[in-house]
Design a protein around this ligand. Structure first.
Ligand code: F6R
Length: 363
């Protein structure tokens, strides 16, 4: 049941810190012989990795691409399943494929898995449902251990996918010539603080409630970010569309001036994701460009970022300090909560939004 929560989505959002703890425990430092270990052995001498998924699982794959390339030096080709399966891309036997799916039953992702298998390419899956078709049909599967997800909009399955991609990256980095042991150990240690940081974040409902009150009447919302904050912007926009029925769009912050800045006026709410790191200053300068055109900006950043943005913003969600590797999981939370709060104010059917099915078994 919902265990006292108003919606499954709310319950599932609150389960996230515990799931991260469970994943750290199950797949952490010395978990030899786990499915993650098996995946490492399968992937460690590959020239490339193909990642294929749909929806939120695809956005998790985007974050995975950033990590795998920059930390484990493994080049990643990322595809949306319904595109990948029809585009006759040349695949090499020195590559492997990873299919990401909460349900393990999504028709297009499953068809893409069968297609690569037919071509003799090693195919792994990252699934939340161990008894699913994808788990059965892939050469190996990694389980996200998030437990059954009932809310149609993915929350805990998404952060569990991110966490597993982080752990997979660190495992592969251990044996990469381009990454030193200290870096891996430091990242691993910092992931251990994540459950606590997530709990801290989940307590900050007041700021989010106030922002939701302003967004509920919006017709369009723009989400922007750079680097790994870009796939998170996509995920935040998807959550808002799915459950609050407000049109939302995400853009890499650096692309604004190539078109979408034409939309910015004093009626456009913009959610700016500016986590700490080398891209923060660049994102904040994009923020200033749209602030000067009147955009109503909500900034999601650390205290330093909020201080730097100063009076350019209308609202802020101040995030706990965290290491770069923990950032995507942590910064997903306010995006989920915001979509949830807006939907609540609008009175939509949050756990079962119109036109959507939990598992998309038709193409
Ligand atoms: C978004 C959402 C969908 C799924 C997509 C893939 O909240 O739930 O976009 O992520 O339908 O589903 P799975 O991961 O089951 O393959």
């Amino acid at each position: 049941g919902k265990q006292g929560y108003a919606h499954y989505m709310l319950k599932e959002m609150h389960e996230q810190p515990g799931i991260i703890e469970k994943l750290l425990h199950h797949y952490g430092d010395h978990a030899a012989g786990t499915s993650l270990d098996h995946a490492k052995l399968t992937l460690q001498h590959r020239q490339r990795l193909g990642i294929v998924a749909c929806g939120s699982s695809y956005y998790a794959g985007m974050v995975g691409k950033y990590w795998l390339e920059s930390i484990a030096s493994l080049p990643v080709d990322l595809d949306i399943a319904s595109e990948f399966r029809y585009r006759n891309t040349p695949l090499s036997s020195s590559s492997a494929h990873l299919f990401i799916s909460q349900s393990g039953e999504t028709a297009d992702t499953l068809a893409a898995l069968r297609y690569t298998k037919q071509l003799g390419i090693t195919s792994l899956s990252l699934v939340n449902a161990p008894a699913s078709a994808m788990a059965r049909e892939s050469a190996g599967f990694i389980e996200t251990l998030a437990g059954a997800e009932i809310g149609v909009a993915s929350t805990k399955a998404f952060t569990a996918q991110l966490m597993m991609l982080a752990l997979l990256t660190l495992r592969l980095a251990e044996s990469s010539a381009h990454c030193d042991a200290g870096t891996v150990k430091y990242a691993m240690d910092s992931l251990r603080h994540l459950p606590e940081q997530m709990r801290q974040m989940l307590k900050q409902q007041d700021a989010i409630q106030a922002i939701a009150g302003r967004l509920r009447r919006a017709r369009n919302v723009l989400y922007i970010g750079r680097g790994m904050a870009y796939p998170l912007a996509l995920e935040g926009a998807l959550k808002l569309k799915e459950i609050s029925y407000i049109h939302a769009e995400a853009y890499p912050a650096g692309e604004l001036k190539h078109g979408p800045i034409a939309l910015v006026d004093d009626e456009l709410p913009v959610i700016v994701l500016a986590p700490p790191g080398e891209l923060q200053e660049k994102t904040l300068s994009n923020l200033r460009e749209i602030a000067s055109r009147g955009a109503q900006i909500t900034l999601i950043s650390d205290q330093a970022g909020v201080d730097l943005a100063a009076d350019g913003i209308q609202d802020a969600i101040v995030m706990p300090d965290c290491n770069a590797m923990a950032m995507p999981m942590l910064y997903t939370l306010p995006l989920q909560l915001l979509a949830y709060r807006v939907a609540l104010l609008k009175g939509t059917d949050i756990d079962q939004p119109r036109n959507l099915a939990k598992s998309v078994t038709v193409e």
